[in-house]
Write a protein that binds this ligand. Structure first.
Ligand SMILES: [Zn+2]
Length: 372
């Protein structure tokens, strides 16, 4: 089924910021796009129709969490992730690698796979490339990710090199074990902050010919300057006619830098996690709604925001909801923050189509970071 997944360039050139259209079995994603994170098969507190209303076109769910609870087979028996999430648009699942290397109690990594104690009941489990594929085949997302090795930051050059070697070894096995032609399998370029390792990993993956390429192991503490360098080394080696996905990046200056380098897809927990913590994204930077200064503030979070929250609720009301621990507070703020991100991307897509990406991005960033 080769035509189920394809990406077509819409605007921009062989290098730099570009617009594209990603076709999946469950619909089209205009890129560059932001992917809201639905860790446990739900974008916390946000109904799927609201996600649609505020411009989300694709969502992400986490393989590690869902394989533990309720279990991949349970998701499959409930009709797959689209049924479970009540979302008939495109879905992407990660491989579980990042969580196993960061959340779980890591026991052992060898060429066979990674053995860990899960964070729920402490049971020892092993994730192999074959198991990562079987789980994601059961979950049934449109896009699935190959199991990679995510070293911490900082790590030694030897550790980064070993992660690349193992990621490539596992990629072969993922491809061999992947069973569903309706799911697109994407590899993840690793290599830490070592230029030659990033290049070597990207070249080997491109030789293996995948429909898209992800960049992983960034936004793990290396900072903006190194992230820019990594994306600058990696994207020129990736084919211009395939989508590129930067995993786990959501800080506005990082997003703009990656889009400028030709990255098309991003996911991040920032809008929803910050939303649950009363932190609101605005064009003028983040504001903390628990602050006393908003007590009788009758203005919406952002005057020009078209989200359902800003149309009906003031900063003062939101502050009250958070101060009273009412569940509507995190719900409403998650919705606004997600809309902030989808609007950010809508503006940048329009700017790319009009050939003025650099000026638009600079304007957005100057305003967002004005108080830094
Ligand atoms: Zn809003």
């Amino acid at each position: 089924m080769p035509d189920l997944h394809k990406w077509t360039l819409v605007a921009g050139g062989a290098s730099g910021a570009r617009c594209g259209r990603l076709t999946t079995p469950h619909g089209v994603v205009e890129t560059p796009a932001f992917i809201p994170v639905g860790t446990k098969a739900t974008v916390k507190g946000v109904r799927p129709e609201t996600l649609r209303e505020i411009g989300a076109t694709i969502v992400l769910a986490n393989t590690y969490h869902l394989s533990l609870r309720p279990g991949a087979e349970v998701i499959r028996d409930l009709g797959g992730l689209h049924a479970v999430m009540g979302w008939d648009g495109p879905i992407l699942t990660d491989s579980g690698g990042f969580q196993v290397f960061s959340l779980a109690g890591l026991r052992r990594v060898d060429d066979a796979g990674v053995t860990f104690r899960n964070h729920i009941d402490g049971a020892e489990m092993t994730l192999t490339p074959e198991r990562a594929m079987a789980i994601q085949n059961d979950l049934g997302a449109d896009i699935i990710m190959a199991l990679d090795v995510c070293p911490p930051y900082p790590c030694s050059r030897e550790e980064a090199a070993e992660a690349v070697r193992r990621t490539l070894l596992w990629l072969d096995r993922c491809r061999a074990a992947h069973r569903r032609a309706d799911q697109s399998l994407w590899p993840i370029v690793q290599g830490g902050v070592e230029r030659d390792l990033r290049e070597q990993c990207a070249r080997r993956m491109v030789d293996m010919d995948f429909p898209a390429y992800a960049i992983g192991g960034v936004s793990v503490g290396e900072g903006h300057a190194l992230l820019r360098e990594v994306v600058g080394w990696t994207t020129p080696l990736l084919p211009a006619d395939r989508p590129r996905y930067m995993m786990g990046v959501g800080e506005p200056r990082d997003l703009a830098a990656c889009i400028a380098a030709g990255v098309d897809l991003f996911d991040c927990v920032l809008p929803t996690r910050n939303g649950r913590n009363a932190c609101a994204f605005t064009a003028d930077g983040m504001i903390r709604l628990r602050n006393e200064v908003y007590k009788t503030d009758v203005r919406p979070i952002e005057a020009d925001c078209d989200c359902p929250t800003c149309r009906r609720f003031s900063r003062g009301v939101l502050r009250h909801l958070f101060a009273s621990d009412e569940m509507l507070g995190p719900i409403l703020l998650s919705i606004h923050n997600l809309r902030f991100f989808t609007r950010f991307f809508e503006r940048l897509r329009q700017a790319i189509r009009q050939g003025r990406f650099d000026a638009e991005a600079q304007g957005l960033l100057d305003r967002y970071y004005q108080n830094d």
